[in-house]
Ligand binder design. Structure first.
Ligand code: HEM
Length: 462
């Protein structure tokens, strides 16, 4: 979609200043319209901003973590309904490996969705396509899909065209120089992608590549599921608690090996641990015997594009699959924003060492923490962070305030991005009982070299 072709053409011939005001007004209007249109469509599809998360302060968080099923923390999966939960991998949803011009990236859940046509096979999607496709395939909550996609559009996507890339940079439109050259998820380091991932290496330690699967990391997480070393892996069983413990180990390893290790942004405080939880909550299979879901080695490998057995695993880049005879979570139990907040929160309470704000200072094992009090101007501390709705409030404000911080470009573009994004977030925040959180003091992070490390992608798609 072309934005303001005449004005943009003038900008390219060097008359930038006289047109910036007009660009500002038009771009704002357009961003607002795009957000309003999308929200209207979602409303027609029963857009429910959020269930209250009201995370209780559990006395025995570790016990709760250990007892949690693969169905998540809020709504159980009480029965199995084959018709409702069956996921087609035939016809229009048949698997096809990506063509050379199709984009795939760091997220196996999205890659598998695109390889089966639940997301556009091109690897770029609008909010509506994201919400519909991920809801149909995984029963991912409508409001969660909308917020994740809207954020991807403003932070790393094509705001003018209203789409985002699940992998590398999108083709930029020469007529929209201020927009449309988002780096995609693959090169969204710290704004979306972060250190300490379940299967990808930290960007700094892998020449900026945080989207390729590390077989070593996969071997390590695979072991948490048991001792089945057979090729099919049917006897492995992965649980959310084992993954939370694994996250603690991975963090320690990152601190010991990555001089630029950083955690403090929405990406590292929420997206990275949430991705561990997504494996359990979205990739588990469901059956009559195990209605809450189970994840064995076979399904885990299929979703991650891995073949072979422990010791000789092989990753097939961009070839993540939905297994055959796989049944998603039931329609009565979508996994949404409240579940993300609750699951990430339980993880921090059960494994308190993993709640970190700060980073290494340029050498390994130099982790220096920033206190929650300092970051939030004294409004919250490590304990009150988990009272009432505070944690949910905190993560949404972290998300919102990160946008101007990570967006490069003129102020106009940043304002347009926030006017596009805020309508998605405001109804959510409105449902929560939030303390006055003001502006987080993100300048405290400037001391960490990893905070500013921002690798960019090649012009190619991966
Ligand atoms: C709009 C929806 C989604 C967006 C924008 C998104 C985005 C991302 C991003 C940015 C990462 C990199 C995070 C990191 O550095 O660890 C990631 C990783 C991951 N995502 Fe997604 N994701 C989405 C949906 C899903 C779904 C539905 C699943 C599961 C079915 C999923 C599973 C994962 C997993 C397992 C990883 C970690 C991969 C690894 O480290 O090997 N995601 N996703």
């Amino acid at each position: 979609m072309k934005l303001l072709p005449t004005l943009a053409a003038l900008v390219t011939v060097g008359l930038a200043f006289p047109v910036i005001d007009n660009l500002d007004a038009d771009a704002h209007q357009k961003a607002g319209q795009l957000a309003a249109r999308t929200l209207k469509i979602l409303e027609e599809e029963n857009f429910q901003p959020v269930r209250r998360s009201a995370l209780p302060l559990p006395e025995d968080a570790l016990g709760i973590s250990r007892a949690e099923t693969n169905c998540g923390p809020t709504i159980p999966c009480p029965y199995f309904d084959a018709k409702d939960q069956y996921v087609s991998v035939e016809g229009e949803y048949a698997y096809a490996a990506p063509a050379p011009d199709e984009i795939r990236g760091p997220c196996p859940g999205l890659n598998a969705a695109a390889n089966h046509g639940y997301l556009p096979r091109s690897g770029t999607a609008t909010i509506e396509e994201t919400v519909r496709g991920l809801n149909k395939l995984y029963n991912l909550g409508v409001e969660l899909g909308a917020v994740l996609a809207a954020y991807a559009i403003v932070i790393d996507g094509d705001l003018a065209g209203g789409s985002w890339s699940i992998g590398g940079p999108q083709q930029s439109d020469p007529l929209t120089p201020f927009f449309g050259n988002g780096q995609g998820l693959s090169y969204s380091h710290n704004s979306y992608e972060g250190d300490g991932s379940i299967g990808r290496l930290d960007a700094f330690t892998n020449n900026g590549d945080a989207h390729s699967l590390s077989i070593e990391k996969f071997e390590s997480v695979y072991k948490t599921g048991g001792d089945d070393t057979s090729e099919n892996g049917f006897d492995q069983r992965f649980t959310i608690d084992k993954f939370r413990a694994q996250y603690q180990e991975v963090q320690k390893h990152s601190i010991a090996t990555n001089p630029y290790y950083f955690t403090g942004a929405f990406s590292t405080v929420v997206v990275v641990p949430a991705a561990y939880n997504f494996v359990i909550n979205f990739m588990s299979n469901h059956s009559e015997e195990e209605p809450s879901g189970y994840l064995d080695g076979y399904n885990f490998k299929q979703f991650f594009g891995v073949t072979g057995k422990p010791g000789s695993f092989v990753w097939h880049k961009g070839q993540e699959r939905i297994p055959e005879n796989w049944y998603k979570r039931p329609t009565i139990s979508p996994y949404g924003l409240a579940d993300v907040a609750a699951d990430v929160g339980i993880g921090y309470l059960a494994y308190p060492e993993t709640l970190r704000f700060g980073g290494n200072t340029g050498t390994v094992n130099s982790f220096t923490g920033v206190a929650v009090e300092d970051l939030t101007g004294g409004v919250l501390n490590a304990k009150t962070l988990f009272e009432g709705d505070n944690f949910a409030c905190f993560i949404f404000v972290l998300l919102q305030q990160g946008i101007p911080h990570f967006l490069k470009g003129p102020l106009d573009a940043i304002n347009s991005a926030t006017s596009f994004f805020d309508p998605f977030l405001t109804p959510i925040l409105g449902k929560l009982e939030c303390p006055e959180l003001g502006n987080f003091d993100q300048s405290l992070f400037n001391q960490f070299p990893g905070y500013k490390y921002s690798p960019t992608g090649p012009a190619t798609n991966y």
